[in-house]
Design a protein around this ligand. Sequence first.
Ligand SMILES: [Zn+2]
Length: 289
Amino acid sequence: MRKQVLFTTIIAAFMLCACAKENKAVADYVGVEEGSTATTEATTDGAENAIDDNENFVTIKDLMNNPDFDVERKEEIRKDVIADIVNESYTVTCKKCGKEVYSCFTEIIRLPEDYTEGASKINEYMQKELCGLQEYSVDNYALECGSHHGDNIGAYYFDNDAIDSVNVINNKYLTVDISSCCAIGGLNRFFDNNQLIFDLTTGEKLSFKAFFKGSDNEFKKIVKEKYGDEASLKIADWVLEDGHYHIAYRNDTVVLFATKFDLTGASDPNLVEYEFTYREMFGTDTLTK
Ligand SMILES: [Zn+2]
């Protein structure tokens, strides 16, 4: 019974957890039909019951009104060269035993409003991420005081999204690298890496197809000719499906990447990377739309 409960919890938390958002690899790993978005799609068969069963979860917002828990909110700002990085965090403590049972934080960037024409739109996009933080889900199992006894159990529930770097490429495009890590009890960690790229003039979030003008097959051919192993081709498929994940733009190169966790399901934050020059990938000297 316990095993089944944990299994259900793990699957559901996987899908609800911010660190697994829209990640095709994670969806594949837990056997969810491709293209489904776990939290919104209606139940179509028994296998998805666990994912759609929100009764096992409450949000941080719910816990703010629950007399059994203290919810502490903090906001910290650190200065980066290009933008401020705002860190908002919530820590949930069980009043009955005094243990911290859940914590999470999300980071966003805040550009100076006059930085470029598109800055305010980019800031708006980012702010929405912060506003969503109160909707983060906490597993009911983490809230039962009976589960707080014994070392470390409570502290192992967390969900963090951190900004690793902010960069401007070709004076036109802003990149924001985000890494996520969450734990849903026990020692396992789930990892996700992502890069957002914005047009600094329009404020628009861009996808791979904004830059790559060739066909899907032409893209796959480029990857196959330079690397061609199973992982590189799988990542190429993910980039084509989504256009926002598993690809990052650097000053001189474009990188296809995945965590080992994406590729194997094993708890491992290390990245597998495949690098291309702009010339190799786009036939241009630098990043251009
Ligand atoms: Zn407790």
